[in-house]
Design a protein around this ligand. Structure first.
Ligand SMILES: C[S@@+](CC[C@H](N)C(=O)[O-])C[C@H]1O[C@@H](n2cnc3c(N)ncnc32)[C@H](O)[C@@H]1O
Length: 424
């Protein structure tokens, strides 16, 4: 049996049936695989999740009755391979039919085999998407209709299409702690590296060369938020990262500003352990607390120079890393998230010193969770006013009070950031 297909199937089944996080299950799967299989499994797992709606639509065009469960998953994997990968049709059809024997049902095997043979003929040139404009966009780019409507409301039809149709760079962004150049990285680690807007970050094919304290994976958007925070901390200042796990931004802030007292909190004990493990690996000292940051802590009142609320959000700015968000997130989650986001921001704003800065960030692209929350916060808090982002590497953001990063125009994940200043 084709090992890459088998592992992809087992991983995807866990995501679809148990709603397991794709990154977590995939990482476990990849542990025991060859390098060649690892690349193919990653492509199939992310590809099937990212194209879920589109694959279902295409399959629906070639079957009389839509299958469910395992049979549908065999077809999704097969259809994705036929459309997007350069594997010969007969290999895909035969290997997926072989895989479908796991169902223990001869009719399923026959059905999968026959359907994939037909899809194989049309897959590469398939273009019979729905004629209705929104339906076509939603199916073609596998973007849930409710989320597409939100995007169109926030950005207009044209920009919405740009956002959902953009294919991000699949290379990993690696941040080096000490100065490095693409040539030095190539010489030391034998991997090709390309410079980015930040002098310490490089795009590298194939992932992290090693997991020493010298380097770490970090997205450019996450780095941008840390850099904005670091620029707003005075000498020997106190910095509070309210929703800090797994610690990406806290650790970088401490590395950018070693004189800072960094306090990192998260509501979940197991996630606070992640911050601790990561800061140990990066050889950085932070103070960590397991706290619900919607609950007031009197001893922190007006104590911090700079406070970051990197709040939980719908995650629609990081679909390249977590395509399963498109499958499971629902419109009704957004209002719940907004309540939590504002509750954290509200409570943690009290920890900012007069004259200090409050930074709000998310990894999503919806106005409700971003600009609208800031608007509401400013209406309710006359002691805060719009502040100023300092980030000369991104001129479009530099000097503004808030900024929405968008992959298609900024070349980085869709984070949002707003800077607020406590005036009294
Ligand atoms: C977007 S993630 C933070 C990512 C992190 N800042 C980084 O850069 O690595 C949001 C975090 O908020 C935490 N969280 C959710 N509700 C919280 C609450 N009420 N208080 C504190 N943390 C919370 C989650 O556990 C999650 O780790």
């Amino acid at each position: 049996m084709n090992n890459a297909f088998l592992k992809s199937f087992q991983t995807l089944r866990q995501v679809y049936e148990e709603r397991a996080f794709s990154v977590i299950v995939l990482n476990k799967t990849l542990n025991n695989c060859t390098k060649r299989d690892r690349a193919l499994i990653t492509k199939i797992v992310y590809g099937v999740l990212d194209n879920d709606l589109r694959l279902e639509y295409i399959i629906s065009r070639y079957v009389r009755k839509m299958p469910k469960g395992e049979a549908l998953l065999f077809l999704k994997i097969g259809t994705y391979c036929l459309m997007e990968l350069s594997i010969p049709i007969y290999t895909v059809v035969n290997d997926i039919a072989e895989l479908s024997k796991l169902s223990g049902d001869r009719r399923t095997v026959g059905f999968v085999n026959a359907t994939l043979k037909t899809i194989g003929i049309y897959a590469k040139d398939f273009d019979e998407y729905p004629t209705d404009d929104l339906e076509r966009l939603s199916v073609r780019y596998s973007y849930p209709m409710w989320a597409l409507k939100k995007l169109i409301k926030d950005y207009g039809r044209q920009t919405a299409e740009r956002i959902i149709s953009f294919t991000p760079d699949s290379r990993t962004t690696v941040r080096f702690v000490n100065s490095a150049t693409p040539i030095q990285i190539q010489e030391r680690f034998g991997v090709e590296a390309e410079a980015t807007i930040f002098e310490d970050a490089f795009r590298i094919k194939g992932g992290l060369p090693n997991d020493s304290a010298e380097m770490t994976m970090q997205s450019l958007s996450s780095m941008a938020i840390s850099r904005i925070c670091a620029s707003l901390i005075p000498s020997n200042g106190n910095f509070l990262d309210c929703c800090a796990a797994p610690g990406g931004k806290s650790v970088y802030v401490k590395q950018l500003r070693p004189d800072t007292n960094v306090i990192s909190c998260d509501i979940h004990a197991h996630r606070v352990e992640l911050i601790e493990a990561y800061s140990r690996r990066m050889q950085v000292r932070l103070k960590t607390y397991c706290r619900d940051m919607t609950v007031y802590e009197p001893k922190w009142n007006s104590f911090f120079d700079t406070v970051l609320c990197d709040v939980p959000c719908s995650g629609f700015g990081v679909l390249d890393n977590r395509p399963d968000i498109k499958l499971f997130r629902q419109n009704k989650d957004i209002s719940e998230l907004m309540k939590l986001q504002l509750a954290i921001l509200d409570n943690c704003s009290r920890y900012v010193k007069p004259g200090g800065s409050l930074i709000y960030s998310t990894c999503t692209v919806f106005y409700n969770e971003n600009g609208q929350n800031i608007r509401k916060f400013l209406i309710d808090h006359s002691d805060f006013s719009a502040g100023r982002i300092l980030l000369n590497q991104i001129p479009a953001a530099d000097g503004k009070d808030q900024y929405q990063f968008l992959p298609y125009k900024d070349g980085m994940q869709g984070f949002f950031v707003a800077v607020l200043t406590r005036t009294k």
